[in-house]
Design a protein around this ligand. Sequence first.
Ligand code: KG4
Ligand code: ZN
Length: 408
Amino acid sequence: MKILAIETSCDETAVAILEIIPATKGRVGGSKRDPQFRVLSNIISSQIKLHTNFGGVVPNLARREHEKNLVPITIQAFKESKLHKRAPNNTELARQQEKVATILEREQDLLRHFKKSITPLAIPDIDAIAVTHGPGLAPALWVGVNFARALSCVWNKPLMPINHMAGHFYSALIEYDSLKLKQTHFKKIKFPALALLVSGAHTELVLVSGHGKFRILGQTLDDAAGEAFDKVGRMLGFGYPGGPAISAAAETSHFSAKGRSASGGQFPIKFPRPIINSKDYDFSFSGLKTSVLYFIRDIKKPQSVHKLQSAIAREFQNAVVDVLVAKTICAAQEYNVKTVTLGGGVAANALLRQRLAEELNQKLPRVQFITPEISMTGDNALMIALAAYFCGKKKAQTQVRADANLQF
Ligand code: KG4
Ligand code: ZN
């Protein structure tokens, strides 16, 4: 079984092809319990450089880039997967052109690329097409959704709309190293599991009682964790995205975790840990962000901002991580979960990974902790293919729509 997956929810244009390996004795993927996979292709084209100039993602720019890049990336994915074949005379596909023109009515640039490079192809040996249909930026999502619908129409392949956050959940289950890996098993997960999903737009604690069975226990009431990292990054003069820059700056701070400098000086900054003791699993990072803003505003000498940059980054990161870890541990205890997983762009944060591992080990040593490979934390299409395999549902091409606010 081969799944083609497409992801365009934000500022990465991504296409992946995942194969489930037939077992030697005729069963698919070893067994349903222990499937094996081969990543045939996993391409991510990032637009970060483009958006950096604007200090954040500009939805219509993202949409334009997706339109430009989707077809070339898909062709590249087929070539890498050795599934790229031109049809000598494809009358069937030619007949579908009118339908494609209707589906891609609003994506004229994409339609041009489609006619030039997709139409001449023979129908590839894939079994399903998975596409992120939300949540995300509506203009960006629609490009991927309509492209997937057009492919499904011309190749007559089933279409599976996938929730982007389900993708982030499944990203933790694969060990993937594009240089070394040829074939792999999934990490085994025990349910019920608790997922901490932290990205640029979402911060959610999700109870996962089985494959595809998600229930949100709590989420951010205002800014997402990644969004707070990005905004504070901007205040400190770092470019977009702020997360990696803040975490790198925090590393260079000469103040210890306990707040002492090497020379014995007191840690000069203390930011709040918003709603850390509330009796729910919601988060709020907007007040923390404002505290950083006021702190920087009240620094008298501008040159001191630069000097304090790494200390501010460190204390801000500590505050975010304290809240995320405390609430995750509480929820894991209350729901008696067997597994805790991490997912989303902020899951790349080394302090978060380390602190959560330590606290789980101390307080809930029987709970398994599964983190995604760093290369799988950001947006990618491989995670969408994984989600499709485990919990994707086929839908008629005409019924698939983008939903910017899609919830579990
Ligand atoms: O999941 P993702 O790639 O895109 C969305 O679906 O939003 O997450 C991107 C977010 C950005 O806000 C970025 O600043 C944050 O992940 N991020 C980090 C780190 N690396 C990326 N935040 C904290 N520490 C990091 N090392
Ligand atoms: Zn994401």
